[in-house]
Design a protein around this ligand. Sequence first.
Ligand code: ADP
Ligand code: MG
Length: 631
Amino acid sequence: MTVAAHKETLSFQAEVSQVLNLVIRSLYSNKEIFLRELISNASDAAEKLRFEALTDDALYENDALLRIRVSYDADTRTVTVADNGIGMSRQEVNDTIGTIASSGTKKFLESLTGDASKDNVLIGQFGVGFYSAFIVADKITLTTRRAGLGTEHGVRWESEGKGDYSIETVEKASRGTEVTLHLREDEGEFLAGYRLRNIVSKFSDHIALPIEMLEELYGEDKEKKQPQWEQVNRGTALWQRNKAEVKEEEYNEFYKHIAHDFEDPLLHIHNRVEGNNEYSALLYVPARAPYDMWDRDPKHGVKLYVRRVFIMDEAEKLMPHYLRFIKGVVDSDDLPLNVSREILQHNKKIDSIRTANTKRVLGELEKLAANDAEKYAKFWKEFGKALKEGPVEDHANREKIAGLLRFASTQTDEQNVSLDAYIERMKEGQEKLYYITAETLAAAKHSPHLEVFKKKGIEVLLMTDRVDEWLMSHLHDYKEKKFQSVAKGELDLGKIGGEEEKEAQEKAAKEHKKLLDRVKDGLGDSVKEVRVSSRLTESPACLVVEDHDMSANLARVLKQIGQDAPLPKPILEINAEHPLVQRLEGEQDSERFNELAKILFDQALLAEGGQLDDPAGFVHRLNKLMLSMAG
Ligand code: ADP
Ligand code: MG
């Protein structure tokens, strides 16, 4: 045993001490949560054991009554949380306690703001739960043995939280983990039974296995009796309870436990479904987007239980991808205990649970939007971009999801215009839902494509999230009204345009036919067509593409992410009323004419956020023009 038993002192991963200091500082005002975090881990460990024991009963070691014990010792000034869960091997202790569990530590440190109220929230998201014990302890001793390993494979880990820890192999008769906190000088308040019981019932009542404490004996009893362990929490699975009986705080504490979050959720959705597919679902919308929401493989947040037995985390089949931020629990009465991810892939029961979960979440969001605009705005800010993937992924709910979307528009910079509100404000005779996509709000707002809409007071939705292009290539209508990009196709304002305008337009096209031909000749292959515009009131020219072409903005976005998309050939529309165009029309010198035409084209490209093929050429031509004006 001597080799295995050797004691090593190891340094924490560089970031750990930094995180530790931060945790202590920013969570101090809420220090009692250390107990919640340790109990939460003990409960996770019990669930892991129960799951592994489904296929290997021996792991129970003849002790299948899982429980958590909290005790204190006033003489040694310690508080201990002990579980008979799965335990850890030496390697596991090194991997999970010596490094901060989450791979996101670096990201975490980068995202810190220095503002304690904001950082508190971040800390919760990065799984530093265990370290919260250093808020009240100046030394932590963790002794553990993994279920199934011999008693000589116990491990003792110890640290003062100052940069290093020691680890050694010890004898441990019982499996599971015991965490002993050596309390700091000022933290004597936790050496009291009533105080600890209070904390347990405040934060951990929902934990589904018994949390036990020794009974407190007074007077004579203290001498005569042996104190017995007694259960101090309710100990039933929260999601099994009747929702009328569950208090808001209980829902919130349960959320923090399963989501490893420190902040209350935005809302919860609790259902029990009877019939031939019986299950309970308790789902939460968090208050904040997880830091990995945009990673390639983001974590899903719904856990699967079968008849109260924890089966798996991140059961991604229980929610569609665009709702990956939903956290919670689904507990099925009908699935077999040995379900695997593979089985879940093609399981009718799971499919129907997902469909129902989706409907419920969307329904609750509709209610939230209708009843609490401020809270909905918060939701939108965090999760709006994910929701925009919905109409693409989930055809069946497309209309419902579209109703939940919010956009900026020519009436507001904030993303708070719903499609219903837009429709309400549509002008007499307006048939389409107009929108523009651009890379920034400024580019969208000032785009020449909007000029006629502004003049006529027609609202246009401004779409500047990257996902918008993708969304709009799949969302063609809403409540039987078609979407129309203002940068695509022939502008047809329908009845709002009026017959006279149409006639004037046709007349102008004839009148300026020669000019249009000359410009087309001058620009050659770079444009598909040159025509008179009815979109412009102030700018001399703009570029548009055909209705069925990819928008120029999308082509640019694709290029940025490394996908080479063939740029659609644009149509140059010119404003025949504009003095610059009139000046062009009068230009006899064909070389000068072509240069002016080129400037017009390049300007139009710049105005919509495009990039010039030959920027230096543009500057050169512009300078020449300016000089000729000066002269
Ligand atoms: P999280 O619970 O979010 O993973 P923690 O910092 O609370 O983060 O815990 C880190 C890891 O340490 C856990 O994921 C688990 O692997 C391990 N761990 C902590 N406490 C226990 C315990 N009582 N039993 C078994 N493993 C534990
Ligand atoms: Mg934890």
